[in-house]
Design a protein around this ligand. Structure first.
Ligand code: ADP
Ligand code: ZN
Ligand code: MG
Length: 472
């Protein structure tokens, strides 16, 4: 029997605000435990929540960019449960009246197919604190700095058909959120955490199989691997004629670990948050945010393909972040050929960024100058790489650096001619063979002349001079 995979993803995204969702405590990461707390986020008696306008604005922008229906009125609700890192005993979230429903996200799968994922809902909520298991031997510590940090949860329909597409969805979602500056999406700091649900069913059937869930992953590679593992386990189970049991796994380590078998149907006793009025979004606010959504990754990729005639793949690499895309366009605007600029950005520039913590250290105008020096054969491609490396720490113009490094190409015919003469004189037998028809010896002569010049001869001109002098 052949099987079909069905995946739905729940993604928690930390919004890029300075302060928490319902109080003024900072959201900064890595501070001493329990220093960024107050009566509101600790749930002390009498403390009242005040919604963070920036958080609402960011959630709204995410919803608009993902084509959601945004609801003019949504309701905050209390989700009640007991856990040590939840000092209030409840989490403020949105339940039956979320901020937005029916969104969608499109992306190209690995085999170039266009995929559209329907997204069920996007709602605002606050994060819980953190249980820390490795700080005190034999004990669990609680840090409430994260309690109350603003999140959106984005939940897809069960419609993703492979672990690879689940990953592609997440990559595209992250890109969009970064373009919008809705979230820094810093994975190490847990800004984007994924719960992945998977079931399998006989190929071609329409019902849904029993789902299993892997919770709280903060790496897309882990998501893909865990889903592959889960899919293989379920197929194996069904092929033994056994039943898949509903289960929840943790994938903190590389191996799946059962957290709960048989889902205890939680009763969260949801009810509308009595301390907060309904969240009402004025229409003109929604319109204003919609009007200021920037060009999103998909639109930018399409534009790069048509405007700069780069490949779809190159367009994707060049638009990976708004900064990189702007950088590429600035190089082109500074009068560099688009395709050459693309190759430089995808090569030397990205390599340098990797070594410098993401910084794009060579100003785009400088890179454009360098590209023009290669185009007019003032320096070789080889030398240009060397000049680029120097430019990462040196603000001088590339021509000045080239002079200092002694890599300006020699284009002076009399100098080139004398190098050629010297090589021909040193290899009379090769000259004879070339004139006798062994045309591929041209490469040999080229190599010798370049060597003779210490790599500085302009190869194009050398080639021409060689052909002239070798003519019978
Ligand atoms: P729960 O109440 O267990 O969280 P939901 O119905 O809210 O379940 O769905 C949570 C996520 O699981 C959603 O992303 C949804 O698309 C996905 N999902 C639900 N049922 C299935 C299924 N049978 N197979 C795969 N994914 C599913
Ligand atoms: Zn607080
Ligand atoms: Mg769930």
């Amino acid at each position: 029997m052949s099987w079909e995979t069905v995946i739905g993803l729940e993604v928690h995204v930390q919004l890029a605000t300075r302060t928490k969702m319902f109080c003024g405590c900072p959201t900064s990461f890595g501070d001493d435990p329990n220093t960024n707390v107050c009566p509101v986020c600790l749930g002390l008696p009498g403390a009242l929540p005040v919604p963070n306008r920036t958080a609402i604005r960011l959630a709204l922008r995410a919803a608009l960019a993902l084509d959601f229906t945004v609801h003019p009125t949504s309701i905050f609700a209390r989700k009640n449960y007991f856990y040590p890192d939840l000092p209030k005993g409840y989490q403020i979230t949105q339940f039956d009246r979320p901020l937005a429903t029916q969104g969608r996200l499109s992306f190209a799968s690995a085999d170039g197919e266009s995929v559209v994922v329907s997204i069920t809902r996007l709602h605002l909520e606050e994060d819980a604190g953190k249980s820390i298991h490795d700080r005190l031997p034999g004990k669990t510590a609680v840090d409430c700095n994260r309690a109350g940090v603003p999140l959106v949860e984005i939940v897809t329909e069960p419609v993703i058909d492979s672990p690879a597409n689940a990953r592609a969805y997440l990559v595209e979602l992250k890109r969009i959120l970064q373009y919008l500056e809705v979230s820094d999406c810093n994975m190490e700091e847990g800004h984007l955490r994924v719960d992945a649900n998977l079931s399998v069913r006989p190929a071609g059937s329409s019902g849904l199989g029993v789902k299993q869930e892997v919770k709280n992953m903060n790496s897309f590679a882990t998501v893909e691997r865990a889903l592959e593992e889960l899919r293989d386990l379920q197929v194996h189970t069904l092929e033994q004629n056994a039943a898949v049991e509903q289960a929840t796994y943790g994938a903190a380590t590389s191996e799946l670990r059962v957290m709960r078998s048989k889902e205890a149907t939680h009763d969260y006793r949801y009810f509308p948050e009595p301390d907060l009025p309904p969240l009402v979004l004025p229409a003109d606010w929604v319109d204003l945010e919609l009007a200021t959504i920037p060009e999103l990754p998909a639109a930018k990729r399409d534009r790069f393909v048509t405007q700069y005639e780069v490949s779809a793949y190159d367009a994707q690499v060049l638009s990976a972040t708004p900064d990189l895309a702007d950088y590429f366009e600035a190089v082109v605007t500074a009068r560099a050929a688009a395709k050459t600029a693309a190759n430089w950005v995808m090569g030397a520039v990205l390599r340098d960024a990797k070594e410098s913590d993401g910084a794009l250290r060579v100003p785009p105008e400088r890179l454009a100058e360098l590209i023009r020096l290669v185009a007019d054969r003032t320096v070789s491609n080889q030398a240009a790489k060397q000049i680029f490396r120097a430019m990462t720490t040196d603000g001088d113009a590339p021509a000045v650096i080239a002079g200092r490094l002694g890599v300006l190409q020699v284009r002076d015919d009399s100098q080139l001619g004398s190098w050629v003469e010297a090589v021909l004189a040193a290899h009379p037998d090769h000259v004879g063979r070339f004139r006798g028809g062994e045309k591929k010896l041209l490469g040999f002569f080229m190599g010798r002349v370049m060597q003779e010049s210490g790599g500085k001869a302009d190869p194009k001109r050398v080639n021409e001079i060689l052909r002239e002098k070798l003519a019978p």
